[in-house]
Design a protein around this ligand. Structure first.
Ligand code: ZN
Length: 146
């Protein structure tokens, strides 16, 4: 496993691009996910999206239900009307914290590392982390909420 360098800066093209769908969870993708895992643990983050380490793919890791979980091609298929506001940071934007308002509860659909479709209903911080990571796949950063 390898700790990969995290791309930093609000104007990096890859952090501003809409990432491409992962066609299939190949051996290479699985290895990449392991490296992402190592990287996010080292950085003590709650999540990490593939574009942050140089791959413009719809793939991220997010900590929810107490576990760092890989999400392939994740999408929010439902979100609550109720919102909450909380200060967020980002591994790609050191020393920047922004109050971000997001739905409190979401339903997320994604593929797991075996390519199996999963759905999870998440709330509070778990939901927030997943929304933050999916934002990365769409080229959105926390500073856009300012
Ligand atoms: Zn981030």
């Amino acid at each position: 496993m390898t700790v990969l360098p995290i791309i930093k800066g609000k104007d990096e093209d890859i952090l501003r691009a809409k990432a491409a769908k992962v066609p299939q969870v190949t051996k290479e993708i699985k290895k990449f996910i392991k490296d992402m895992h190592e990287t996010v643990e080292k950085a003590e983050g709650l999540g990490l999206a593939a574009p942050q380490i140089g791959q413009s793919l719809r793939l991220c890791l997010a900590n929810f239900n107490g576990k760092m979980t890989p999400l392939v091609n994740p999408e929010v298929i439902w979100s609550s009307e109720e919102t909450s506001t909380m200060e967020e940071g980002c591994l790609s934007l050191p020393k920047i914290n922004v109050d971000v308002t997001r739905p409190v509860e979401i339903m997320v659909r994604y593929e797991d590392i075996d390519g199996k479709e999963q759905e999870r209903q998440l709330h509070d911080l778990d939901a927030r982390v997943v929304q933050h990571e999916i934002d990365h796949l769409n080229g959105i950063l926390i500073i856009d909420y300012k």
